[in-house]
Design a protein around this ligand. Sequence first.
Ligand code: ADP
Ligand code: MG
Length: 247
Amino acid sequence: MYSVELRGVTKRYPGGGAEPVVALDDVDFAVEPGEFVAVVGPSGSGKSTLLNVLGLLDDPTEGWRLLDGTDVTELTVAERTAARKESIGFVFQDFHLLPTLTAVENVALPTAFDPGDASDRAADLLGRFGLGDRLDHEPSELSGGQKQRVAIARALINEPAVLLADEPTGNLDTETGESILAEFERVKTEGVAVVAVTHDPLVEEFADRVVELTDGVLIGGVPAESDATDGPQSDRDAESALTPGDR
Ligand code: ADP
Ligand code: MG
């Protein structure tokens, strides 16, 4: 079963003029546990929209979305929020760190652990990212690359099934970028599905699969070996994936 899956997903934004913007155009996408997918494409092609829809931060206009085989549209708002917090780690392009919290507090923020345990786990993760000596610094006292690593540590603290990252090495020197990619490799071995939007050839090199968006159309979205198909078959596949007993 896929960690997260989109079938026939279209996302339209109301345009300023008469025509809506088609940010995603009938997209089929799937990522397996332990798979690392790089998403490439020119600016405005729909990459961030794809990540937002995968991360349950935005809803498709049309199509199905399955998280761990569960049809997301069948969840209540509360269930969706819980599923998002439990299963998805999100690294935003501009970090979204809280300015008045220290590095360790930012990383510990999304956890449901008691504060002491959360701090220990956060400090451990930050140490792995080479930030052991920056635990009590606020974001304004950190470089771009350091903030990026805090954001990635925060995305990993709940041991998500899916890690979504918008340009995860965008602000980093090569060596730091490689340490982030090594961390992605490690979480992959634990079965985490990683999806990263990137312009970085190094990320493409590390990825198991590179998919390309052009004007909202996605090429190579579904693993080649999969039974997922386009056309008449896909309705039946989607239905069986929706059967609760199927899990
Ligand atoms: P990328 O990340 O590849 O640069 P985006 O997913 O951000 O592309 O945007 C895809 C298209 O959707 C663009 O034309 C963009 O202007 C449009 N778009 C994105 N978000 C919104 C929004 N909230 N409202 C209206 N249009 C949007
Ligand atoms: Mg973007």
